[in-house]
Design a protein around this ligand. Sequence first.
Ligand code: PGA
Length: 247
Amino acid sequence: MKKLFAANWKLHKTPAETRAFFKAWKDKAGSLSADRAQVVFFPTAICLEAASQELADAGFEWGAQNCYFEDKGAFTGETSAQAVQSLGGRWILIGHSERRSIFGETDELCAKKIKKVQDLGLTPMFCIGETLQERESGKTFDVLKDQLIKGLAHADKTKPLAIAYEPVWAIGTGKVAGPEQVQEAHQFLFEQIKSMGLSTATPLLYGGSVKADNAGALGKIPHVDGFLVGGASLEVDSFLAIAKAAQ
Ligand code: PGA
């Protein structure tokens, strides 16, 4: 399977900075093997049009960091997956831990968004992960199972989906999960999606303080099909180094 490298830019970059990044990226990323690496960018909503223009026919995909589960209506401040699709976006990130902890998103809300995204023919990248407290109290697997069952309650098992495992305590902290922790979580997720009747080809990404110097080792762990990268995806060289180390 190709490895999937996803860049979550969070609330970073203006449209001009987005264009400058993609110009530099296109200059340098030619050495990535298209057979071995698939790359997806998640800029802010206001920078999606810049992504659409800069990445047209460039061989790299992009999408939004969030969407609402309705296409239109009185939902001030929301992002429409249909509008993302109309610009050529193929992906939507759903349920990132910052959406959950700062904006109060629940698995039930994620489930509605995942259905909308799949109905439009786009691919949801559903983020799950335990907090430090949950891990320390031995609840990691229960939490992951619960998030999968609730978040995928309306998912179409025949349509594309990706799952990003991001331990909350490893996001933006520099504390990457240890290889054994990543391995047992990804093994668990693989078994779980199989028992839920989802495709075993569903990409399972790891996220949380991924950098060029840990990507190579993490990428060799069974059932780690790629990475969701925050901080280290903001610079062309560091994101490219991750993809090269792990492709
Ligand atoms: P990080 O973020 O790579 O900066 O830890 C990952 C994420 O939040 O997706």
